[in-house]
Write a protein that binds this ligand. Sequence first.
Ligand code: PEP
Ligand code: MN
Length: 262
Amino acid sequence: MTNIISLSDTLQIGGTNIVLIAGPCAVESAEQVYSVAKTMHALGLRVLRGGAFKPRTSPHTFQGLGLEGLKILRQAADEFGLLVISEALGVEQLPLVVEYSDIIQIGSRNMQHFPLLWAAGEQQKPVLLKRGFMSTIHEWLAAAEHIMSRGNQKVILCERGIRGFDPSTRNVLDVNAIAQIKETTPFPILADPSHATGRTDLVFAASRAALAAGADGLLVEVHPNPAAALSDGEQSLPLDSLPSFVDEMRRIASAMGRTLES
Ligand code: PEP
Ligand code: MN
């Protein structure tokens, strides 16, 4: 049985409802985030994602707006009644992420950053623990236990793809892992079809597969103009395709005997 975790007074994850989290890879400007939040609200989506502190592979690329990014996210979310999820890259930033967001994200590269896991374990807010891209399921579950060992039981897992040998996709979505977590552990599990594929053209299919395998939700990157994105434009859904994405995921949810948010 999957734990049901409250994200707010009116939104839970791990039950029959599927939670679709959307937003840009990185917060770039107030206008960008506002337009995404507005569209999400119109579609009945409830949780806005956006990176303020970015774990970029190269230090020569956009590193995020930091605190300013968190403020932008919070403001846009409050305007439309949404929740915020954002990544804490280190223990130093955790208090800021806790102050401005509703769910703490721990990224793939930090899955075994134990001091960060312990610090997140001392918080009250839910923690989304992304799978390390070279980590086994056993290591991932052990990392979740590190968080819980400090008191915070509100751990949600996110399968975001593991490294494969084929360079045609950024990662490989481990659908087995989704089914296995669902069958054998109490953790709610999300899938991130954006980082799992690295390709906009594969995001719909990967999302369908994840929900069919039993995922409790999706974390998907969306951008008003992916071609101009400062981070991960090549895997972001254009904002104007979000309505058809939500419509399709609602149909998969219903085929699985589940609902999608509203
Ligand atoms: C993200 O979701 O913003 C992100 C950086 O993903 P990951 O940690 O899975 O690479
Ligand atoms: Mn990204």
